[in-house]
Design a binder for this molecule. Sequence first.
Ligand code: FAD
Length: 271
Amino acid sequence: MAWDFQTDSEFQKKLDWAQDFVVNELIPLEPLLGVFSDEVWQQEILAPLKQKVKDQDLWACHLEKELGGQGYGQLPLALMNLVTGRCPFAQEVFGNMAPDSGNAELLAEGGTEAQKEKWLWPNLRGDIRSSFAITEPWVAGTDPTQIQTTAVLDGDEWVINGRKWMITNASRSDFIIFMCVTDADAPVHQRCSMIVVEKGTAGMDVFRDIPTMHHPVESFGELGGHAEITLDNVRVPRDNLIGEVGGGFILSQVRLGPGRIHHATRWLAEA
Ligand SMILES: Cc1cc2nc3c(=O)[nH]c(=O)nc-3n(C[C@H](O)[C@H](O)[C@H](O)COP(=O)(O)OP(=O)(O)OC[C@H]3O[C@@H](n4cnc5c(N)ncnc54)[C@H](O)[C@@H]3O)c2cc1C
């Protein structure tokens, strides 16, 4: 499908406001990144900026209104990312920071009311952070049919074993959604399920942020870092499964499909 990067005049006005806001109010703050404590940065600096975005009806603009967004959808988000991608914290200020934004879509699609209360609403408010873990070190990340991390039901608990890496923000996340093999004998695209593991769960070790071109020095706890994680007999309640057993591939497309467009425009802006 061809796309000419045009939008309707009403949304174009929003984009023009966003462009002005990013250039004149966000980019000038970049030298202050890392200068203040996380609390001061969040409460004193980002919170008033987020309010300005909300006042413009642009907070999480791609999400449906019942999720606290504006219902604009994914293509306007892609255009928005051409603007916000220029500043490393602009997406947080606009309420569409990856991986939280995609995780919100996944929880909205597959989560129970209890799961939404526990993870979705606090995540959308910006009170907690999340990660999404598919990729593993020993198999091709481009082919999730090769995932080796397993989750086995034992009574009322899932017991998870495996290893993930490149997991964005995992060293800062309050919960991580893991894609695990729950039935190795099922047809290939029904083998995996999505299961939430909360920070601090025994047996889960988020032990380093992997060096990348973006963050060339190995570190830990960096927002925007990409962590490696081991899972050694991690036990979580049965209710931490999102959606159906075997529904992992379908749920993953809820967030990965649109991401192929809006991540690309963000990177265009960053470049
Ligand atoms: C900045 C960043 C953030 C990330 N964040 C996350 C995250 O939050 N969560 C997460 O789960 N993952 C994350 N990832 C991992 C990402 O999803 C994987 O890097 C991606 O899926 C590619 O997998 P891979 O690195 O294992 O490369 P590979 O799959 O090994 O691919 C390497 C190269 O080989 C090619 N290739 C692979 N298989 C074949 C084949 N059969 N035939 C021919 N060519 C082939 C590919 O096209 C590619 O060019 C992140 C990666 C980056 C760079």
